[in-house]
Write a protein that binds this ligand. Structure first.
Ligand code: C5P
Length: 245
């Protein structure tokens, strides 16, 4: 049975989307609801784990019996993951981390009217410069390989991992799902990668069901049927448990 198979384990789950501020009232965000991550957190709790849930802003209530850490930005999420990674057994990154953030955050609300010598006029175009966010799973893969002098600096420092850390990533793809998923698993050196086709109406952002493919580090691929996100969460932990040392 699954009951208690995560007893004594410490797991980190990230959930929701990050919000990257543009000015005091606006942000760059995405459609992640947080449902998949919150289901993963609740399932791990029910199986006996100590769960740290690092969540972006979502419309879901905080689950009972889970250690919550609310964040807004990718940088804050990276710092939170970094803080708890040393004695974690598993990290499941189901969060939709923004790949880019505005280069500058305006101190005041950006106005649509600009005053010029000739009087006020409305600008027809407006653009925001973006800069890349750190790739949390990517940095972790680098840090675990051992950052030697001269190698690319990563923001995640791992003094000494207590045990082997199982890492699970998610991929939301609209095309070339298998190729993109396999490349992502390789690049981020993951144990498992869960891929969903967000172009389907029964899968992905905001839905209560999900249709996923699970890619394993040894190249194996499983095509799971459409299931409630609770069932997908159970299926993921079923595959993480045997990997735990
Ligand atoms: O590269 P891509 O964003 O598609 O990868 C998705 C996976 O990587 C997810 O598990 C997501 O949580 C994680 N990710 C991350 N840091 C980022 C972007 C994504 O850890 N900056």
């Amino acid at each position: 049975g699954r009951h208690g198979d995560l007893a004594g384990r410490r797991v980190i789950v990230t959930a929701g989307g990050t919000q990257e501020p543009i000015d005091p009232v606006r942000y760059v965000g995405n459609r992640s609801s947080g449902k998949m991550g919150y289901n993963l957190a609740v399932e791990a709790r029910d199986r006996g784990a100590h769960v740290i849930l690092v969540s972006g802003p979502v419309a879901l209530p905080p689950p009972f019996g889970v250690e919550m850490h609310l964040v807004e930005t990718a940088m804050q999420m990276r710092d939170a993951v970094s803080d708890f990674i040393t004695d974690a057994d598993a990290l499941i990154m189901s969060a939709a981390v923004a790949d880019f953030r505005p280069t500058r955050v305006a101190e005041q609300k950006i106005k649509k009217l600009r005053t010029e010598a000739t009087g006020q006029h409305r600008e027809d175009e407006f653009s925001i410069d973006l800069v890349a966010n750190p790739d949390i799973l990517g940095e972790l893969a680098l840090a675990l390989k051992g950052g030697h002098a001269g190698e690319q600096h990563t923001g995640i420092s791992i003094p000494q991992l207590k045990r082997r850390l199982i890492r699970v990533g998610f991929a939301a793809e609209t095309e070339h799902l298998v190729e993109h998923a396999q490349a992502k698993l390789q690049r981020k050196q993951l144990d498992l990668l869960v891929a969903n086709d967000v172009s389907r109406t029964d899968s992905g952002f905001g839905t209560d069901t999900n249709k996923v493919l699970i890619f394993h580090a040894d190249g194996a691929m499983e095509d799971l049927p459409v299931m409630p996100k609770t069932g997908v969460a159970a299926a993921i932990w079923d595959r993480v448990v045997p990997l735990l040392g």
